[in-house]
Design a protein around this ligand. Structure first.
Ligand code: TXD
Length: 309
């Protein structure tokens, strides 16, 4: 039996960190691909040399073409440009549309059965690009955003309440933009509703910080965007598929009528397992949350229309 094969396209901050988490967790062999000559090979070799220290036994290879990616089980696409201070995710659309189209074409030619996990921004639109270009069934194309946005939300709540992060149950839905929707009504701390523990004003502040969570890091870094938590989130998706975990997590999925939305990639709760997106769940939302979700969907639909595909 061979090990699962995970390709990561784009060996920059997020891509290299995905390779790091995936290899350290021994999810499978990893291939890092980038257009910059020598860089993916150098990072792969460096990771290979970390193996004797932490004792993980998987192969990591770097390449500038797709030969080594043949028959990948999972492909994580992080190729593209990242935001600089003052830029919105939507500002990246034209450059990243070209990059994600080209990368998808090359990936699917070598790995026709792979699951595609898209990371490049603007996220929901780039999922649409990969879906259209790949011709894959919708259950095999998905975007990483909701797990990250939820992790940020859970992290801010834990910091505020000074409790362990894994006691916080929550979900952030919607597009991966500043109008994403943290579901306050569903948030609980080991069963106790968040609304019993914090004032409305405090909760509103945490929600706002979550929505601007990516931007906060962009302004601190000044030369790029977040990558540790984004990579952890993408690798959790890969792990759920490889281990058939049936995780209930928010991911950007192709909708055909769910939540009243059509022909749109959008952050919704799904069951993630060996068949990819095995089910999309329709949650009962408060009227305010439902309205916020529709507002976020309108933004995502505008960006999709700009793609003209
Ligand atoms: O929540 C989310 N989905 C995100 C998305 C969280 C964090 C980052 N997010 C987006 O991922 C970000 O806005 C960017 O669009 C991507 C990648 O972010 P990263 O921080 O990793 O950017 P880098 O460090 O600039 O790396 C991008 C790499 C870089 O090494 C380029 O040389 C490479 O992509 N690149 C390519 N690789 C292969 N093929 C092609 N065509 C290509 N073009 C660029």
């Amino acid at each position: 039996m061979s090990r699962p094969k995970i390709t990561v396209v784009g060996a920059g901050n997020v891509g290299a960190t995905c390779a790091h988490w995936a290899a350290a967790r021994e999810l499978g062999d990893v291939v890092l691909v980038d257009v910059v000559e020598g860089m993916p090979q150098g990072k792969a070799l460096d990771l290979m040399q970390a193996r004797p220290i932490f004792g993980f036994n998987v192969e990591v290879a770097g390449a500038n073409d797709y030969q080594a990616t043949k028959n990948s089980d999972i492909v994580i696409i992080t190729a593209g440009i990242a935001r600089k201070p003052g830029m919105s995710r939507e500002d990246l659309i034209n450059t990243n549309k070209k990059i994600v189209s080209e990368v998808t074409r090359q990936v699917v030619a070598k790995s026709p059965k792979a699951m595609l996990i898209i990371v490049s921004n603007p996220l929901d639109a780039m999922c649409y690009v990969a879906y259209k270009v790949s011709g894959f069934p919708a259950r095999r194309v998905m975007g990483m955003a909701g797990i990250l946005d939820t992790a940020r939300y859970r992290c801010f709540i834990a910091m505020q309440l000074k409790v362990a992060v894994d006691e916080i149950q929550a979900m952030v839905l919607g597009g991966h933009g500043d109008d994403m929707v943290p579901l306050v009504s569903n948030t609980n701390i080991s069963g106790t509703p968040l609304t019993h523990l914090l004032s409305k004003k405090k909760i509103a502040e945490l929600v706002e910080r979550t929505r601007k969570g990516g931007g906060e890091i962009v302004s601190l870094l000044k030369t790029g965007s977040a990558y540790f938590a984004p990579a952890a989130a993408a690798v959790q998706m890969a792990e759920a598929i490889i281990k058939d975990q049936k995780r209930l997590v928010p991911v950007s999925a192709y909708l055909t009528g769910e939540y009243g939305l059509n022909d749109l990639f959008f952050g919704v709760p799904v069951i993630l397992g060996a068949r990819g997106i095995e089910k999309i769940l329709t949650l009962k939302l408060s009227p305010t949350e439902a309205a916020m979700l529709q507002e976020s969907a309108a933004t995502v639909a505008r960006t999709r229309d700009e793609l003209q595909m």
